[in-house]
Design a protein around this ligand. Structure first.
Ligand SMILES: [Zn+2]
Length: 282
């Protein structure tokens, strides 16, 4: 595969989308350098599971692709945080970034650079980046007000501060993954439930936006074992698109045995309409 990329890259100078996802890692830095030299219009690049790539590839990307919008480097575990921070300085048009499993590179240092330079980010996957803490997530939330999806699954260090920063600064957030973030408490849930609301006028604005399709549509709090039913119910009540019912299941609480009493509006409606169906004469 590496040789194929080396030979083809010079012939595809207008390429905009390139998927080099691999099951067996073969890509090496020289292939990325070749792409960076010839495919300058590239906007969407998938390099997931390229274990053999080193920081050298990120430097090549940084210089080759100022217009990159979408980058998937999930599972590229060799990249360092300084190289990721370097990439952020040059690829400022990034909107979609998948760093899932970049355990070594995705640190607070890298997130601070992303929050500072890449203000157009809309979707960031930081799954299992275990070194990330509140300082990094807060910087990202402050710098990226257009954030719509953030996956923090398995980011075991983050606390309520991260969620509060997101609830405060990212009004368009629609999907949030907090699987196994066991430091998260009810405080984070209440901040989400009240997000964007500082006064009465904003409260009405926020309610209207939520019924018009804004607001959380996916929330994964599986294994967040410190949460209690009233706080999670408040989030569920606040965002009409969150469901616990089997068909839709967009509020994911599996593994939280104490949250089985939390239900979406469907459960209440089903309870109300059932007697009407059972006794049509009334
Ligand atoms: Zn439902």
């Amino acid at each position: 595969m590496n040789n194929l990329v080396l030979s083809l890259a010079p012939k595809f100078t207008k390429l905009q989308v390139l998927n080099l996802r691999q099951d067996t890692p073969q890509l090496q830095d020289d292939a990325i350098e070749m792409i960076s030299n010839y495919c300058r219009d590239l906007q969407d690049l998938d390099l997931s599971k390229s274990f053999k790539l080193t920081d050298y590839s990120l430097y090549a990307l940084a210089h080759g692709f100022p217009n990159l919008v979408r980058l998937n480097i999930s599972g590229c575990s060799a990249f360092s945080d300084s190289a990721l921070a370097y990439l952020a300085r040059f690829c400022r048009k990034l909107k979609f970034l998948n760093l899932c499993g970049c355990v070594r590179g995705a640190t607070d240092t890298a997130l601070k650079a992303l929050g500072y330079y890449c203000n157009q980010l809309q979707s960031v996957n930081l799954g299992w980046c275990e070194k990330i803490g509140d300082a990094g997530v807060t910087s990202l939330a402050n710098g990226c007000p257009n954030l719509r999806a953030l996956d923090l699954c398995g980011c075991v260090l983050i606390t309520d501060e991260s969620v509060i920063a997101l609830a405060t600064n990212c009004p368009h957030l629609r999907s949030l993954g907090l699987y196994y973030c066991q430091n998260i408490t009810d405080r984070a849930m209440y901040s989400l439930a009240q997000s964007g609301v500082k006064n009465k006028r904003e409260m009405w604005e926020s309610m209207r936006n939520r019924y018009n399709g804004e607001g959380l549509v996916n929330l994964n709090i599986s294994q967040c074992t410190a949460l209690t039913p009233p706080a999670v119910q408040a989030v569920c009540d606040s965002f009409p698109a969150l469901h616990t019912c089997p068909g839709r299941h967009s509020l994911i609480i599996s593994g939280c045995l104490n949250l089985t009493s939390v239900h979406c509006a469907c459960a209440v409606q089903a309870h109300r309409t059932f007697p009407a169906i059972a006794h049509p004469a009334h």
